[in-house]
Design a protein around this ligand. Structure first.
Ligand SMILES: *[C@@H]1O[C@H](CO)[C@@H](O)[C@H](O)[C@H]1NC(C)=O
Ligand SMILES: *[C@@H]1O[C@H](CO)[C@@H](O)[C@H](O)[C@H]1NC(C)=O
Length: 298
């Protein structure tokens, strides 16, 4: 009896240690698709092939999609994608973070397919409290269908940085001080889907999906989330300490990370050479003046 109770006291002690550990660090998750994601639609067209291999596919009857089991409130999230090769016109592969409800927040990567040899368009957007309309689009400096490349979202209380293979392509700064809502209170899940959007995606809908090429397949690997996981009860985050401060102790400073000079230069290089659309310079669309955050965007 005595030894039983000291064993359980020891387990309580261990549990306590584990709680302290989980409670004071951000969680670093390396790819295990089985544990981290659920295929949410597509009737078998989305497949987890191994702990580090997932594919989505699209044919004439349906696309497919998956979402993360965890909800995150801030994090640095990396995934490698290899997009639909060949004639992918009309297909869209979306990879994004999103919360729920009518005032949702969302951070989007969308890859718009194209005819063989013509460049994909990487479309980005940021929604805060249900309002988006903040599109920036890019061509890439490589063929995103030939191999896997990493697409990352750094989301901390000061900024959102979109990166491709470690090169920042877009920064959305927290501009709450000038009245622009910033996503910082609603936990988001990672979502991805592959679907047909030939009514608008390629050259404004002029190029239709060639179904003789179906099924279309996009592949995923090397998922990594160095992020604050919010408990299913929605109240506590793995990054909140008992004393109310937020820490991440994964050896990375992503919670306060900003672009250093080298990265700012890379960002300017991408925006100068590869950006094909920026809402902040579309004066026809905003005849009354640009949205206020445009003054903070490089
Ligand atoms: C497809 O290729 C054309 C021609 O290069 C280009 O103008 C367009 O931006 C590309 N992307 C999409 C999604 O249409
Ligand atoms: C809160 O806890 C962290 C780590 O446990 C510690 O570094 C920090 O100084 C504490 N802050 C306060 C205000 O006590």
């Amino acid at each position: 009896m005595a030894s039983f109770s000291s064993t359980s006291a020891f387990s309580v002690f261990l549990l306590h240690l584990i709680i302290i550990f989980l409670g004071s660090t951000s969680r670093v998750v390396f790819a295990d698709f089985y544990n981290e994601f659920d295929i949410t639609w597509g009737d078998g067209r989305g497949k987890i092939l191994s702990g580090d291999q997932l594919t989505l596919s699209l044919d004439k009857s349906s696309g497919s999609g998956f979402e993360s089991r965890n909800e995150y409130l801030f994090g640095k999230i990396d995934m490698q994608l290899k997009l639909v090769p060949g004639n992918s016109a009309g297909t869209v592969t979306a990879y994004y973070l999103s919360s729920k409800g009518s005032n949702w927040d969302e951070i989007d990567f969308e890859f718009l397919g194209n005819l063989s040899g013509d460049p994909y368009t990487l479309h980005t957007n940021v929604f805060s409290q249900g309002k988006g309309n903040r599109e920036q689009q890019f061509h890439l400096w490589f063929d995103p269908t030939a191999d896997f490349h990493s697409y990352s979202i750094l989301w901390n209380p000061q900024r959102i940085i979109f990166s491709v293979d470690g090169t920042p392509i877009r920064e959305f700064k927290n501009a709450e001080s000038i009245g622009v809502p910033f996503p910082k209170a609603q936990p988001m899940r990672i979502h991805s889907s592959l679907w047909n959007a030939d009514d608008w995606a390629t050259r404004g809908g002029l190029v239709k999906t060639d179904w003789s090429q179906a099924p279309f397949t996009a592949s995923y690997r090397n998922f990594k989330a160095d992020a604050c996981v919010v408990s299913s009860a929605g109240k506590s985050s793995s990054c909140n300490n008992n004393n109310g401060s937020t820490t991440t102790s994964s050896g990375s400073n992503w919670f306060s990370e900003e672009l250093d000079n080298t990265k700012q230069e890379r960002l300017r290089w991408v925006q100068k050479n590869y950006m094909i659309y920026n809402y902040c310079s579309d004066s026809k669309r905003f005849p009354q003046g640009f949205p206020p955050e445009c003054n903070t965007t490089p």
